[in-house]
Design a binder for this molecule. Structure first.
Ligand SMILES: [Mn+2]
Length: 378
């Protein structure tokens, strides 16, 4: 039996406020559905962040609904677990996936779906995303999850895992918390693709199929972007990467001393190198220059969008404490509290609370943890 593992599609995302980027994200999703139909898979399994926000724009819902209907007409299931991005902030509010159940999507919230075909049976367990505050509950849940005898077994998760992304501070579980005995571990949440052996099975992080954040560019250049085609028909799980032809993004450096030559060179090279107008992230070596900035506007002819991410000036090379201009808000908050002497664990609680500020239960739990201090942790 074949499955197509996809993840983190972030439908509705409008990178840099651009219509074209919103459309790119929809087109990328359509390409994934094309692949599923072409490969005659039994089901598409989506490991979270189907949408960019829990209350997606109508365009995103409309697009998702059309594509899921297209799959259904081809006899292919769409199994989905919620990620952090599509988890509603308010208790009692529906997951956006609930709307798509009308079109045939199968939402797996801490339960399972059995698939049958070609003489084999596959059980797909789906665990919905849990925030860091519920990591103990999540670990208990994972301890009780067992592969079913007589089935090929797949587990879907949307969590941060310490060994996979230790520097992101965002993990809730370690590899040791993941139950053994599954044939395929389908992971979402990390946007960079990854595939490794795990127990007797394979563990795949499908990644985001488009470049949602600048820090994904490196991984995109190394591993491509797209989906995993998972073949469960033999004893050994076989996983193949499917790469999509997405809009390219690149980090380039321009020196403000020689900006004319370097920009002219880019103007010549880019149309030859790419068949889709790329997005450029520019590091400037040297100080701010009005003339360089004006000349840079010429790039508009050959790129969809360009942005300056950083000035490498002598000043901030000698002063190690300067933050790069592309720091995320989380990093800035983290740095602020670190300088004030808070521990990583305490900062995680604060960030979790900020992220879930609309969720009364999470805020209450956070405040309780903060008031208990370190005594609350073991
Ligand atoms: Mn995501």
């Amino acid at each position: 039996m074949l499955l197509l593992h996809i993840s983190d599609t972030h439908l509705g995302k409008r990178q840099y406020g651009l219509d074209d980027r919103e459309t790119d994200v929809y087109n990328t999703f359509s390409s994934l559905i094309d692949e599923a139909i072409k490969e005659h898979v039994k089901a598409v399994i989506h490991t979270g962040d189907l949408f960019d926000v829990p209350n997606p724009p109508n365009n995103a819902l409309y697009h998702a609904m059309n594509e899921i209907m297209r799959l259904r007409n081809a006899g292919i299931d769409f199994l989905s677990i919620p990620g952090d991005h599509d988890t509603p902030k308010r208790a009692g509010e529906k997951y956006p996936q609930k709307i798509l159940e009308i079109a045939g999507l199968r939402l797996i919230n801490d339960t399972y779906v059995d698939l049958e075909g070609e003489g084999s049976k596959v059980r797909v367990i789906g665990i919905k995303h849990k925030p860091s505050l519920l990591s103990e509950q999540l670990k208990d849940q994972l301890r009780s999850v067992k592969p079913a005898p007589g089935f090929k077994n797949v587990i879907m998760l949307h969590q941060g895992i310490r060994e996979v992304l230790p520097y992101a501070y965002s993990w809730q579980i370690s590899q040791g918390d993941i139950p053994l005995g599954f044939d395929y571990y389908a992971l979402g949440h990390f946007h960079t693709r990854m595939l490794q052996k795990f127990g007797n099975g394979e563990l795949g992080v499908a990644g985001s199929p488009d470049i949602i954040r600048e820090e994904e560019i490196e991984g995109y250049k190394k591993y491509g972007k797209g989906a995993f085609l998972v073949d469960l028909s033999s004893n050994q799980t076989n996983v193949q990467s499917i790469n999509l032809d997405i809009r390219p993004q690149e980090v380039v450096t321009i020196s403000s001393a020689d900006y004319k030559n370097e920009i002219d060179k880019l103007l010549q090279e880019i149309p030859v190198k790419y068949h889709k107008k790329p997005i450029l992230h520019i590091e400037v070596n040297g100080n701010y220059s009005k003339y360089a900035l004006e000349y840079m506007a010429k790039l508009q002819e050959v790129v969809l969008h360009y942005r300056i991410i950083k000035y490498n000036t002598e000043q901030n090379q000698t002063d190690g404490s300067t933050l790069p201009s592309n720091s995320t808000i989380d990093e800035l908050i983290r740095k602020f509290f670190e300088d004030k002497g808070y521990s990583k664990q305490e900062i995680n609680i604060i960030l979790d609370m900020i992220e879930n500020i609309d969720d009364e239960k999470v805020v209450k739990d956070s405040l309780q943890k903060i008031s208990m201090g370190e005594k609350g942790e073991n």
